[in-house]
Design a protein around this ligand. Structure first.
Ligand SMILES: [Zn+2]
Length: 289
């Protein structure tokens, strides 16, 4: 049974409000679009039985529905397929909290420098780590947690076809990463971010069963493909507001003209700007109710 104990508007989006507590309880509550899709399939089948000549319309309706579902899965910030943190809860945003999230690590060359930059600014961040990388660089993963940051689930292998996997494939990718991260750090992730943010309707029930929340972002720097620190920074910081979830990469980081990973140039600037605006970096899990 869904239980909403927060005022409307505490979380952005209808689906997130309705499903937040169900996600925690391990029960899956389908998003309204999925109910509508199921009803449309039943309706199309009934129409065909009643009037077989209507098959082109039924086929078109089902096709359009699948196109809508695929479109929702290709839109990382969408809440159409289920709850999705694309901003921090309102009370955290009002208090000036901003979440810096750093994906695809740990990386032995980049992550240690990122940790030092965060330390220098007394800032904390959320690392969406890949399970296989955590197993490869165990000390580094432990160091991330030891320094007060959190590690969340970014799948076991970061497969590029993640959004094309069925329920079993998705479940395996996520639960294996849960196990890898827990085994190495002793801390179990509470959030999941899909590789490239792409997903399909099979993801939400898996997350509900594993008691994980989906997290996307408010803005991303595209710093795996753009080595220009100035443009990466602009995408992230124009404007900076309380409640933002910002996305950078320590793994797969693009390199600038000097060969340096672009995050190392962008992150200190971002932390200075947050400081000037009196915004405070927080981890996603510190923003949980
Ligand atoms: Zn990634």
């Amino acid at each position: 049974m869904a239980h909403v104990d927060k005022p409307l508007g505490e979380f952005p989006g209808f689906a997130l409000r309705m499903n937040q507590q169900d996600t925690l309880s391990g029960r899956w509550a389908p998003a309204p679009l999925l109910y509508a899709s199921a009803a449309l399939h039943v309706g199309a089948a009934a129409a065909l039985l009643a009037q077989p000549g209507a098959w082109p319309w039924a086929l078109w309706a089902v096709f359009a529905n699948h196109a809508a579902l695929a479109g929702a899965g290709l839109w990382p910030r969408s809440q159409l397929l289920g709850p999705n943190w694309n901003r921090l809860p309102m009370r955290v945003g009002m208090a000036g909290g901003v979440a810096i999230t750093i994906d695809d690590g740990p990386d032995p060359n980049v992550t240690p420098q990122v940790l030092d930059q965060l330390d220098r600014h007394h800032a904390c961040a959320t690392f969406f780590c890949v399970g296989e990388q955590v197993l490869l660089f165990r000390d580094l993963a432990q160091e991330i947690v030891r320094r007060g940051h959190s590690i969340e689930n970014h799948s076991q292998r970061h497969r590029h076809n993640f959004s094309l996997l069925g329920p079993n494939g998705i479940s395996k990718e996520i639960s294996r990463a849960q196990d890898s991260i827990f085994q190495v750090t002793g801390s179990r992730p509470e959030f999941f971010r899909a590789p490239a943010g792409l997903r399909n309707p099979f993801l939400d029930p898996v997350l509900a069963r594993l008691r994980l929340r989906l997290a996307s972002w408010t803005r991303r720097g595209f710093d795996t493909v753009d080595g220009n620190a100035q443009s990466v920074y602009r995408r992230l910081a124009n404007p900076l507001r309380g409640g933002d979830i910002l996305l950078l990469h320590d793994g797969n980081a693009a390199r600038g003209g000097d060969g340096e990973p672009v995050i190392l140039e962008v992150l200190p600037r971002l932390l200075d700007a947050l400081n000037l605006l009196e915004l405070k970096p927080v981890t996603l899990r510190s923003a949980l109710p």
